[in-house]
Structure formats: structure tokens, C-alpha cells
Design a protein around this ligand. Structure first.
Ligand code: PEP
Ligand code: MN
Length: 362
């Protein structure tokens, strides 16, 4: 089934200016009118013009700070009026949507816990029907691209065409330095499926700690993503939520200035000739890889035949483990990473078992 989306690129929404990165910044949570205004002034001072602040906060434990609620929307309206910034916040229900529309919020985003929930997504989409407000959808907490696409489809069917995504990484039980697993593979897949869709990364929620913000932001830019949503607070140490991952406005300015922004492509003739030649080499290598794989499968078929004649089971676990261990070691010597060679060899082995099964069942 195809999942076409009818979307308007972010550059045509009228307020994200190029060059990259398009930047959305502001505190995790709106805490007080003073904190909102001071942070927004600090950000506006160096040209940030889309301000974020959470009004309703999805927290793991009840009793933690759950946001100031509707009164905070008046502070956002003040940011708009006094500083001329666009303002955005997170919605998770019909009530939130209606409040945002009432107070003139310019952009809304859907949080990672909400985009994972089709009931809530439908409720939000229904509430948005007939409006023209841009919506940014964070990836669901679990790495399920279809759930992410489904959330976008619900909004699109409700007539929302100013749609974008925010990649913020995935929950994981693996021990990793970051709060969430960056899982860039899914971002690349999403980008490939919908190349015209405004694409942000949220290095703050990915990192969980400000010390990783630079490397994650640079990675997002190297992957060619359009923008960044970064948490910034006038006094991060006193933040009521996500204190460890927030930057002062000055800190954010330094980070943005440190980023190396490479072009997505180049019209330069020498570049085009060079890349063409390299791609041709890749095509030839891929062709050879295919031939080698076919040859390998032919041998697998013979092995299958041989095992069948001698009444031996197809899967010889010891042999496969040994082969994989050897390949991991040899790949390391060739500069190929362990996860990559494991994934490649596992796929080849699965196909080989399939081919042998075919022989057995013939
Ligand atoms: C947020 O942006 O403050 C937030 C709660 O993010 P996420 O939904 O990515 O956890
Ligand atoms: Mn946060």
C-alpha cells in the first residue's frame, strides 16, 4: 500500500528562513512569564525567530512539574507581540489544540508519547480539521516507522498540509551514553520516503545531556536534515524539567556557530563529473556483489542437496557461529564495523538457509 502525503515544504510556510539549519529554540517548559520572556529575548537577540515552550508536559511520574497549562499561552502571545517571533508548543489532546488555536499559537508539535498513540492522533487530527496550522510530528518513542507515517497520514487526511517531522531518537534498554538511541537509520528512511517534508532533529531529547548536543546537531546537519529543535533556558540549572540538557541562549548561539553546514548537492561541474565517476564504480562493485551472492547461493543449493542425500539437518549452529565470529574478526581488519558485518552475514545466512530448504522440500 502506498502512503502518499500531500505536503507543503517547510520553506514555503513563510517563516523558516534558509540557510540551514532552520532553528526552533526555547525552554523545555514555560515556567513563568519572566523565564519565558528572558529566554525569548536572549534567542531573538541572535536571530532565532521560532520559539518553543512546553505548556502541558508529559512526565513519567505524576507529581513532577506537569506544565503551567493554559495561562502559559498568554506568555507565548506576548513573545509573539513584543518580539515578533513565531511560537510553538506541544499538544496531546483536542483540548490542547483548541486552546492553541484560541491563543494564536503558530506551530504545534506532537510529542513522542502521543505520536505512538493512534487514538490520540485521530483526536488531534479531527480537532485540527479546517485549520492551516503547521504541525511537526516527533517520532514515536519506539522505532516504528509505520506508526510515525500513520500519525502523519491522519493529520494529512484532516487537511493539514504544512506537515513536518522531528527526529528525537528512541527509547532503549541498551546501555548508551545518550538518553535516547539516535536510530539515524529510521531518519534516513523517513527522509528517503518523503524528501520534500520539513525535517528537524531534536538533539536535546536525543542527548539528555548538553555535552552531546554539538555532536548530535552536527550529525543531523551532515545527514542533510533541514533544521534543529533545541531546548534553551535562561537559567538551565534551575529548569523545572530537563535541566541537564538545556543550553543558555548564548550557549546555543555558540553551538550553532560551530556547526559545519555542507550543501545538499552542488551544481559545480567538476563535482558532478567526480561524483558520477565514483557512482559508476559503486554500480560496478554492486554488480559484482550480486554475482558473488548468486554464486554463493548456488553453492548453498549444492550443500542442501548433499545434506539431503546424507540425511543431515540444514542448520548446523556451531558452524554458523564459527563463521560469524571469523567474519567479525576479519571484517575488523578491513575497517568494517561489527554491527554492519553481523547484519550483512545474517541476511546472507538467512537466504542461504531458505535456499537449502527449497532443495530439501523439492
Ligand atoms: C519536549 O519536546 O519537551 C518533549 C517532551 O519531547 P519528546 O516528546 O520528544 O519526549
Ligand atoms: Mn524537554
Amino acid at each position: 500500500m502506498s502512503h502518499e502525503l500531500d505536503i507543503i515544504p517547510g520553506t514555503q510556510w513563510g517563516f523558516f528562513t534558509l540557510p540551514r539549519p532552520m532553528c526552533i529554540a526555547g525552554p523545555c517548559s514555560a515556567e513563568s512569564e519572566e523565564q519565558v520572556m528572558e529566554t525569548a529575548r536572549g534567542l531573538a537577540a541572535f536571530g532565532i525567530h521560532v520559539f518553543r515552550a512546553g505548556i502541558w508536559k508529559p512526565r513519567t511520574h505524576p507529581g513532577s512539574f506537569e506544565g503551567v497549562g493554559t495561562p502559559g499561552l498568554k506568555w507565548l502571545r506576548r513573545v509573539k507581540q513584543e518580539l515578533g517571533m513565531k511560537v510553538c508548543t506541544e499538544v496531546a489532546s483536542e483540548k490542547h489544540v483548541l486552546e492553541c488555536i484560541k491563543y494564536g499559537v503558530d506551530v504545534i508539535w506532537i510529542g513522542a508519547r502521543t505520536s505512538a498513540n493512534p487514538f490520540l492522533m485521530q483526536e488531534i487530527a479531527d480537532a485540527l480539521e479546517g485549520t492551516d496550522i503547521p504541525v511537526l510530528v516527533k517520532n514515536p518513542v519506539n522505532p516504528d516507522i509505520d506508526l510515525w507515517v500513520g500519525a502523519l497520514e491522519r493529520l494529512n487526511r484532516a487537511g493539514i498540509r504544512k506537515l513536518g517531522v522531528i527526529h528525537r531518537g528512541f527509547s532503549t534498554s541498551e546501555p548508551i551514553p545518550y538518553r535516547n538511541d539516535p536510530g539515524w537509520r529510521l531518519a534516513i528512511e523517513m527522509r528517503t520516503r518523503y524528501p520534500q517534508m520539513a525535517f528537524f532533529a531534536d538533539p536535546s531529547h536525543m542527548a539528555g545531556d548538553r555535552k552531546y548536543l554539538q555532536e548530535l546537531s552536527q550529525r543531523a546537519m551532515d545527514l542533510g536534515l533541514d533544521g534543529l529543535m533545541v531546548e534553551s533556558h535562561c537559567n538551565p540549572a534551575c529548569a523545572l524539567s530537563d535541566a541537564k540538557q538545556q543550553l543558555t541562549p548564548e550557549g546555543l548561539q555558540t553551538l550553532l556557530e560551530s556547526l559545519v553546514i555542507r550543501d545538499n548537492t552542488s551544481e559545480n561541474e567538476a563535482y558532478k563529473d567526480g561524483i558520477e565517476a565514483l557512482r559508476t564504480r559503486i554500480d560496478v562493485i554492486d554488480d559484482n556483489l550480486l554475482k558473488l551472492l548468486r554464486e554463493r547461493m548456488d553453492v548453498s543449493r549444492s550443500i542442501g542437496q548433499y545434506k539431503k542425500e546424507h540425511n543431515v539437518a540444514i542448520l548446523q549452529a556451531g558452524r554458523w557461529e564459527q563463521l560469524l565470529t571469523d567474519m567479525v574478526q576479519r571484517a575488523a581488519a578491513e575497517g568494517i564495523s561489527e554491527p554492519a558485518i553481523r547484519a550483512i552475514m545474517t541476511a546472507i545466512h538467512d537466504e542461504s538457509v531458505r535456499v537449502q530448504n527449497e532443495v530439501l522440500e523439492a
